[in-house]
Design a protein around this ligand. Structure first.
Ligand code: GDP
Length: 426
C-alpha cells in the first residue's frame, strides 16, 4: 500500500488554470468529503472548494483505482491559476497527511502498477523535454511505440531460437525431436545479429545536457549590457545607468526561446577598477561566468573597438541608433537595445547557437545501450564443443537485456535514477 502524494502538474506561477494531482491507494475521507465526490464515481465535477478563509471554483476529475494513470485512486483538482490558491491547497493537503511527490513519482507508481512499461514512461518524458519540432519528429518512432514493436518482434525471434537450442540440450537423444545442426543455429544467429545491428544503426541515443543553457552578456562598462539584457527579456530586471560599475552581482533570468530554456546572465563590465574590492570581485565573477557559459555574448558600442565573431562567442554591436551611417553586419549582430532594432535577429542567432543539433532518429540512451548489449550477445565467437550451451546462455542474457528495455527490474536504485530525471507532477 502506498501513501498519498500530491504535486502541481502545471508550471509554477500565474496562469489561467493550475492543476494539482493527488494519488494514493487510499484517499483520506476528509479530502473526499471536502471535494464532495463519491470515491468510486468516475467523472468530472464542478465544485466550490473551501480553503479556510476563502473558496475557489474548481474542476475535479476523479479516476478511481485501477482505471487511472497511476493505477491508484487519482484526483486532479483544476483551480484558478493563482500561486496563492495553489499554496493554500497545498497546505490543506498537507494538513490531511498527504506528502508532496518526488520527481517522476506518479510515473514510477504507474510503472510499478503495470500501467505502462519503462520505455513508454521514458518516451513520454522525452516528448515533454523536447526543444523543437525537429526533435519531436526525431522522437516519433520512440514516442509512437513503433520502436517498441520492432524490439518485441526481435525478442520473439530470439525466443524461438532459444527454444530450438534448448531442445537440443535437453532432448537431443529422444525420439521425435528434430535435430538442428550447429550450422543451422549459427546462421540463424548471424541473421538475428544483423537485424539487431541494423536496428541500432537506425537510431541515435538521446543525450540531454543536464545543465541549463546559460548565455552570458559580457563587455566593457556602459556598452549597454544591462539594457540589452532587459530588452531580450522584455522586462526591467537589471539596473541601467550611465555610471560605470553599476552591475556587480550576476543578474540571472530564464526565458524560453522557442522551446529551449535559456538563462540569461548580466555581468559586471570588465575594466580596471583600481581600489574597489567589490567591483573587482564582480569582475572576477563575470570572467568565471563567461568561461563556463553555453554562449558568451560580447557586447560593444563602438564599431572601431569591435572584434568580429571569434571562436565560440557571439559579437554584438549595440547602440546602432547612434550611428550616422548603416553598418554591414558581417561577423557580428547589430542591435539597438534602445529602439529594439535587430533584437529578434539576435534572439534567433542565440537560439541557433545554444540549440543542440538534432540527430535523425532518437531513443533514450538507456534503451540504446541495452540494444547494443543485446546485439553483442548475438555475436557468435566460435563453434566449439559447448556451442549449444554457450549459445543458450547468450540468448537468455540477450533476452534479459531486451526485457530491460521495458523495465523488468528488481532494483529500486536503478528505478529511482530513471524517474528522478522526470518532472515534478509527472
Ligand atoms: P552596461 O554598463 O554595459 O550594463 O550598460 P547599460 O545598459 O547600463 O547602459 C549604459 C548607458 O547606455 C545607459 O545610459 C543606457 O541608456 C545607454 N544605452 C544602452 N543601450 C543603448 C542603445 O541601444 N542606444 C542608446 N542610444 N543608448 C543605449
Amino acid at each position: 500500500m502506498s501513501d498519498c502524494i500530491f504535486a502541481l502538474a502545471t508550471p509554477v506561477g500565474r496562469s489561467a488554470v493550475a492543476i494539482v494531482r493527488v494519488s494514493g491507494s487510499v484517499l483520506p475521507e476528509k479530502l473526499v468529503k471536502a471535494l464532495s465526490i463519491k470515491k468510486e464515481k468516475r467523472g468530472v465535477f464542478i465544485r466550490r472548494l473551501s480553503l479556510g478563509s476563502f473558496s475557489d471554483s474548481c474542476l475535479v476529475l476523479n479516476f478511481p483505482a485501477p482505471g487511472s494513470f497511476t493505477g491508484e485512486h487519482l484526483i486532479e483538482i483544476h483551480t484558478h491559476g493563482s500561486p496563492a490558491i495553489v499554496g493554500e491547497l497545498f497546505s490543506f493537503l498537507e494538513s490531511l497527511g498527504l506528502r508532496e511527490a518526488d520527481r517522476g513519482e506518479f510515473s514510477k507508481r504507474a510503472f510499478l502498477n503495470e500501467k505502462m512499461d519503462l520505455s513508454s514512461a521514458e518516451s513520454i518524458m522525452s516528448g515533454v523535454f523536447a526543444e523543437s519540432a525537429e526533435e519531436l519528429a526525431a522522437l516519433e518512432d520512440f514516442r509512437s511505440g513503433s520502436l517498441g514493436e520492432k524490439i518485441r518482434k526481435l525478442s520473439k525471434k530470439i525466443e524461438s531460437l532459444l527454444v530450438e537450442v534448448e531442445s537440443q540440450l535437453d532432448f537431443s537423444d529422444e525420439e521425435g525431436v528434430v535435430s538442428v545442426g550447429a550450422s543451422g543455429v549459427s546462421s540463424e544467429l548471424s541473421f538475428l545479429h544483423g537485424e539487431a545491428v541494423s536496428l541500432i544503426k537506425s537510431f541515435s541515443p538521446l543525450k540531454k545536457d543536464s545543465l541549463k543553457k546559460r548565455v552570458v552578456l559580457s563587455g566593457e562598462p556602459n556598452v549597454g549590457k544591462s539594457s540589452l539584457f532587459n530588452a531580450l527579456l522584455d522586462e526591467r530586471v537589471a539596473i541601467v545607468s550611465q555610471t560605470p560599475g553599476t552591475t556587480r552581482d550576476i543578474v540571472r533570468k530564464a526565458l524560453f526561446l522557442s522551446g529551449v530554456e535559456v538563462s540569461f546572465e548580466d555581468t559586471a563590465g570588465v575594466r580596471d577598477v583600481g581600489g574597489s574590492k567589490i567591483e573587482a570581485e564582480g569582475i572576477k565573477m563575470a570572467k568565471e561566468a563567461a568561461a563556463s557559459a553555453s554562449l558568451c555574448v560580447e557586447v560593444f558600442d563602438d564599431p572601431l573597438k569591435m572584434s568580429r565573431n571569434i571562436g565560440s562567442s557571439l559579437v554584438v554591436l549595440n547602440k546602432i541608433d547612434l550611428l550616422n551611417k548603416a553598418v554591414s553586419a558581417d561577423g557580428f549582430v547589430a542591435v539597438s537595445a534602445k529602439t529594439g532594432a535587430g533584437l529578434q535577429g539576435l534572439r534567433n542567432e542565440i537560439l541557433k547557437r545554444v540549440q543542440s543539433p538534432v540527430k535523425e532518429n532518437l531513443v533514450s540512451e538507456r534503451i540504446y545501450l541495452r540494444l547494443e548489449a543485446a546485439s553483442s550477445l548475438l555475436e557468435q565467437e566460435s563453434v566449439g564443443l559447448d556451442f549449444f550451451e554457450t549459445t543458450a546462455q547468450n540468448l537468455r542474457d540477450c533476452l534479459k537485456e531486451l526485457e530491460g528495455v521495458y523495465g523488468v527490474f528488481d532494483n529500486e536504485v536503478v528505478l529511482d535514477q530513471i524517474f528522478n530525471n522526470f518532472c515534478i507532477g509527472k
